[in-house]
Design a protein around this ligand. Structure first.
Ligand code: ZN
Length: 410
């Protein structure tokens, strides 16, 4: 039987588990050691460490302490791994816990993290998604059901000392250009809520002061939130420290491209079954700077999409030069306005785009001055026909159910 090398107890604080950490630092001790060719199971808490509850209030999303995230299981040492190698990780399977068959999606309040469409949805909101085998639906978002492409939002190896210093320097440099900005330009080290795994005493204190936050994706992978990194995929991670130090967390039952709601996809606690191997000196052999991966042989089959276009002209009509961020935002807003015609509230529509297997594409980046981005909405996730027709949209929903909303803190 495959060994579970990291266990979690959802009834206890993640801070009590020394096989969990929430900062990146080269000196965090390995919590387990495996050999190339081994397969093993790792259990994970949800990314917030249980701060969000399965209920009908969004107060927990409003009040979440984002300096605590993300809680990662690891680091796992791989015998023989050395800087410059590639750590090959087969994601053999990912699953939910029997006694935790649910996940959450939300939008943070503008004052506390915000999100991709924070100007349009400035207040904290939440939807709860129930799992039935491979499918999910939400009591807060009627009319949709879809299969999960379960994946880790966050996975990667520990950085080297040199890499950590580079991260801290460049992110502080950006932050300092506008330190008062809401949301912030970057998430800087925050020792107060750091969990440094098995580091103790003065060493842990010093490391916490410089430990990189887990928020952005970086050279090592990290918080990439790629929905296609699903069970069955194979990832090639750069190794920067002796034994590699693989950590994983932020499991998602399903996510739309961009994770535009930020809190987040359908966030869940669960387990991940992995196998590791090494390609010695693989970074140099294959010119690898960031991870590469191969997709799963199985993915949900959606053949039909309604595709929304967006260009780099913002909501005020201001022209931006080939800005794909602005263009994707317009594609998302266009999809939300469309779905509202079928009876959804804007918040429900936004939640669908953040959770369902929606594809985002960069379609054109050369036709000055407009970038073109497209949002691909699978039509089969809806229980009714939501395509345009001469008859016009039929309202299938009466608007009486909405995602729970919390007023912003004063
Ligand atoms: Zn997540």
């Amino acid at each position: 039987m495959t060994e579970t090398i990291i266990k979690v107890d959802l009834s206890k604080s993640a801070y009590e588990n020394d096989s969990i950490h929430n900062r990146w630092h080269p000196d965090i001790p390995m919590v387990a050691t495996v050999k190339p060719g081994d397969d093993f199971i790792v259990e994970c808490v949800d990314w917030t460490g249980g701060q969000i509850k399965n209920d009908d209030s969004a107060d927990d999303v409003r009040d979440v302490d984002l300096t605590q995230v993300h809680f990662l299981s690891g680091p796992i040492g791989v015998e023989g791994a050395e800087p410059g190698d590639l750590l090959v990780v087969d994601i053999l399977d990912i699953g939910t816990f029997e006694d935790s068959q649910w996940g959450f999606n939300g939008f943070f309040s503008k004052q506390n993290g915000g999100g991709f469409l924070t100007e349009h949805f400035p207040e904290a909101q939440k939807s709860i998604w129930d799992f039935k085998g491979m499918f999910t639906s939400s009591r807060h978002i009627p009319g949709v059901e879809f299969a999960g492409m379960i994946h880790p939002g966050l996975i990667g190896c520990l950085p080297s000392r040199e890499m950590l210093d580079t991260w801290n320097e460049r992110e502080k440099g950006l932050y300092d250009t506008d330190p008062d900005r809401i949301p912030q330009l970057a998430a800087l080290p925050d020792p107060d809520t750091a969990h440094m795994g098995r580091m103790k005493g003065e060493e842990a204190k010093a490391a916490a002061a410089e430990g990189a936050r887990t928020v952005p994706p970086r050279e090592h992978g990290g918080n990439c939130d790629i929905k296609d990194l699903s069970r069955g995929s194979k990832v090639y991670f750069p190794v920067y420290v002796k034994d590699g130090g693989l950590s994983v967390g932020d499991l998602h039952f399903s996510q739309g491209d961009g994770e535009i709601t930020f809190c987040g996809a359908i966030e869940m606690a669960g387990w991940i079954h992995m196998r590791v191997n090494l390609i010695k000196d693989g970074m140099e052999k294959y010119a690898i700077k960031n991870p590469i991966f191969k997709p799963s042989p199985i993915t949900p089959k959606y053949d039909d999409y309604l595709i929304f276009e967006g260009i780099s002209v913002d909501e005020e009509g201001t022209q931006h030069y080939l800005d794909v961020h602005v263009a994707y935002r317009q594609a998302c807003l266009n999809a939300i306005e469309y779905l509202k015609k079928f009876g959804y509230t804007g918040a429900q529509a936004y939640a669908i785009l953040g959770t369902a297997p929606v594809q985002g594409h960069i379609s054109g980046v050369v036709d000055i001055p407009n970038a073109c981005a497209t949002l691909w909405l699978p039509t089969d996730i809806f229980e009714y026909d939501m395509q345009p027709s001469a008859a016009g949209p039929t309202k299938h929903l009466d608007g009486s159910i909405d995602v729970p909303l919390s007023p912003d803190k004063e």
